[in-house]
Design a protein around this ligand. Structure first.
Ligand SMILES: Nc1ncnc2c1ncn2[C@@H]1O[C@H](COP(=O)(O)OP(=O)(O)OP(=O)(O)O)[C@@H](O)[C@H]1O
Ligand SMILES: [Mg+2]
Length: 400
């Protein structure tokens, strides 16, 4: 090994987050021999078992992360799977002179929903009508979606169907927001898709199957190939996603774009400059052999991965199906053998965890990655697996 030659030794990476959303990247880092320091405020976070160094610090505590990063002789910083730390990673990388796929300015556009809406509007990218609410009246008619501009994971997010539901939804969003404002958007009614991209290019589209209120917007499954693969909206969806990514100035690294295909075609719900938080990279690998976790690691340490022009399907269908546990104190999880087509079972929670009702993404209890000879077979197998995996909970009534 040549002293000081980063290419001659394995890279050293600071990973922000050790939750379920970061597990895939942490596994890929371990498999490649990448040294990781992993930051999370929760000592019980499942990703810590994959860390070379555990750092019990919040992924939002920027001064602490900056000091930590400066002390670790790093090659890069990455925030896979969750939004706010994406901007923290970009700023700390810049301060320390580390390579990084996006600038801090782009990271702000990717993590603040209002700044993003402004930029998409300036670039003419299709998106729902929107309005920032500080004191004035709401000008858009229900049905609406009200959200906190600087949160994710459905925090402060409400579907408003009637005028009477508006005031409480705005209060909820403002309370959740970091600056007390609320973002109001017209509801785009139509199927929702996710476009997974890298280096500014759209790579694959999955259907995002979401829950109804009171868990509005929570993903229950990602399904590949998307139904739109079979119709003409596919090309427009890929194109709109690429235009949205370009408008934010993202030219390198992974992207995750949520769109809803309404009567006027695909509209951008949100672009994230990171890997998806629902094991999307593993689905891309299972479906098309795209090593997205590896590419994200490369981008974080300043190496540009070779992205082929085309990817051949490995299977006919692939599904990430999230698992939901009944509320109560988790006693055990029964995972039967011989689940057809199941490549991976992830259980997010340990015995003793108090499971609440499904309201947000963080309330999901696990996920399975399932493949099949067709989309329909993969969906049927995923449903069967979700049915057969049993979360046994005891009454938590005494605790609440
Ligand atoms: N304007 C809209 N029209 C239709 N559906 C919407 C709209 N805004 C949000 N949603 C629904 O809510 C989900 C979450 O929206 P959004 O990404 O804005 O919130 P979030 O808190 O960042 O959630 P996530 O962490 O899932 O990205 C979307 O995936 C979509 O299902
Ligand atoms: Mg979001």
């Amino acid at each position: 090994m040549v002293a000081g030659d980063a290419s001659a030794r394995s890279p050293r990476l600071l990973v922000l987050g050790a939750g379920p959303a970061q597990l895939g990247l942490l596994e890929a880092a371990r498999a490649r021999g990448v040294w990781t320091a992993v930051a999370d405020r929760d000592p019980a976070a499942p990703g810590f078992r994959l860390a070379d160094r555990r750092c019990i610090v919040s992924t939002e505590d920027e001064p602490a992360l900056e000091r930590l990063a400066a002390a670790l002789a790093l090659d890069g910083i990455i925030a896979p799977g969750t939004d706010w730390p994406v901007a923290v990673a970009a700023r700390v990388a810049e301060k320390l002179g580390l390579p990084h796929p996006i600038t801090p300015q782009t990271a702000v556009l990717a993590t603040n929903k209002v700044r993003q809406r402004e930029r998409l509007a300036a670039a003419g990218v299709p998106q729902p009508r929107w309005q920032v609410l500080t004191d004035g009246a709401v000008e858009i008619e229900p049905p609406l979606v009200v959200k906190a501009p600087d949160r994710q994971g459905q925090k402060g997010l409400t579907l408003v169907r009637t005028a009477a539901e508006l005031a409480p939804a705005v209060a909820t969003a403002r309370a959740a927001s970091r600056n007390g404002s609320a973002l109001v958007e017209a509801l785009v009614d139509g199927p929702e898709v996710t476009v997974i991209g890298f280096g500014g290019r759209s790579l694959l589209v999955t259907d995002r199957v979401t829950a109804e209120p009171p868990a509005f917007g929570v993903a229950l499954a990602h399904v590949w190939p998307a139904l739109s693969e079979r119709d003409t909206s596919r090309v427009r969806t890929l194109d709109v996603a690429e235009r949205a990514v370009a408008a934010l100035g993202i030219e390198d690294g992974p992207t995750y774009t949520q769109l809803r295909v309404g009567a006027d075609g695909p509209q951008v719900v949100e672009v994230a400059a990171r890997l998806g938080g629902g094991h999307d990279a593993e689905l891309a690998e299972a479906a098309l052999g795209i090593p997205l976790d590896d590419w994200a690691i490369d981008a974080a340490v300043g190496r540009t991965p070779e992205v082929p022009d085309r990817h051949d399907a490995r299977v006919g269908g692939a599904v990430t199906r999230f698992l939901v546990a009944p509320p109560g104190i988790l006693e055990r999880v029964e995972v039967p053998d011989g689940l057809d087509g199941v490549l991976q079972v992830r259980i997010y929670r340990e015995r003793g965890f108090v499971v609440g009702p499904l309201r947000r993404g963080a309330d999901r209890a696990g996920a399975v990655l399932v493949v099949g000879g067709s989309r329909e077979q993969a969906v049927a197998r995923a449903d069967a697996a979700a049915e057969r995996i049993r979360f046994v909970t005891a009454d938590a009534g005494a605790l609440v």
